[in-house]
Design a protein around this ligand. Structure first.
Ligand SMILES: NC(=O)c1ccc[n+]([C@@H]2O[C@H](COP(=O)([O-])OP(=O)(O)OC[C@H]3O[C@@H](n4cnc5c(N)ncnc54)[C@H](O)[C@@H]3O)[C@@H](O)[C@H]2O)c1
Length: 264
């Protein structure tokens, strides 16, 4: 890769990608709403609001791949989601089309399917059941990617990220946990493979408890190596939930499914 754009570069995952993918592309162009002041060799900074159409058009120019992590990453007011995730993702795909970018990793979310119950195994063809407005915005991003693939041939990996943290933060994450190394190995496969298409991929480590089946993307040859089992005995993960019918326990989206609604 010659020049890869990384949006959301100042965020949690963006910081990890910067470190673990250092040197992978000739140049990594970093962008975020927040300032980035610590660019290293092989990095260049071009910060902007994804909602700013002209700025995003300039941002994408000269890039041959995009890792799109930027945007609102949890439930929020509709207005902020509208700017970062709806308008912002549209601006990015339009810029990719005009500048001839051929491959994108779109950071989607498990909250596109969070209102499925936990005892159902989902795959790439399961219907979307978003558990919040944030989840709806990720469904929109996935559909936008589909349109730009069918109409313009831009390949996108629609990556439904589980829970990418240093370790599972609660019992739900024993099923949804994704290690940083597994995310990075997936990112490399997405840009290295000869033919990507526009698949839905569940980004989750090889946990013992799993709700998602990636059989339909076996052709990518991605094998997660880590497992949340390494943390299963941690004291803070012991003790069964009191109520099996609590929406936070019943649904795959956990507390996103049980949380109230943000009003503007
Ligand atoms: N970390 C996870 O477990 C997880 C799970 C599911 C999905 N995701 C998705 O992966 C991506 C990265 O997640 P994260 O945990 O690093 O989130 P994060 O919130 O730490 O990072 C997102 C970054 O996007 C930037 N941003 C927000 N609005 C913007 C705008 N309008 N213009 C430009 N930049 C903007 C923020 O400043 C932030 O630095 C997000 O798209 C998130 O929805 C992450």
């Amino acid at each position: 890769m010659k020049r890869v754009l990384l949006t959301g570069a100042a965020g949690n995952l963006g910081k990890v990608v910067r470190v673990k993918l250092a040197g992978w592309a000739d140049v990594m162009r970093l962008s975020d709403l927040n300032e980035i002041t610590d660019a290293k060799a092989g990095e260049e900074v071009q910060c902007c609001d994804l909602g700013d159409k002209e700025a995003v058009m300039k941002l994408v120019e000269g890039c041959d791949g995009i890792i799109h992590l930027g945007g609102v990453s949890t439930e929020n007011t509709f207005d902020s989601i509208l700017n970062g995730n709806i308008v912002g993702t549209y601006n990015l795909y339009e810029a990719a089309r005009k500048h001839g970018v051929k491959r994108i990793l779109f950071a989607s979310s498990n909250h596109t399917i969070g209102f499925h119950e936990r005892d159902v195994t989902l795959d790439a063809d399961s219907v979307m059941r978003p558990d919040c407005l944030y989840g709806v915005s990720k469904c929109y991003g996935e559909m936008l990617a589909s349109l730009y693939y069918d109409k313009f041939g831009i390949e996108t990996a629609r990556v439904r990220i589980g829970s990418c943290f240093e370790k599972p933060l609660d019992r739900r994450m024993l099923a949804t946990w994704l290690s940083a190394d597994d995310f990075v190995s997936l990112t490399k496969r997405i840009f290295d493979c000869d033919r990507l298409g526009c698949p839905v991929i569940y980004a989750v480590s090889a946990n013992n408890e799993l709700w998602w089946d990636n059989t339909k993307v076996r052709y990518l040859g991605w094998e997660p190596k880590d497992s949340s089992a390494a943390f299963a005995d941690e004291p803070y993960l012991q003790g069964r939930a009191a109520d099996a019918n609590d929406p936070a326990v019943r649904y795959q989206g956990g507390s996103f499914a049980s949380a109230g609604h943000f009003e503007d």
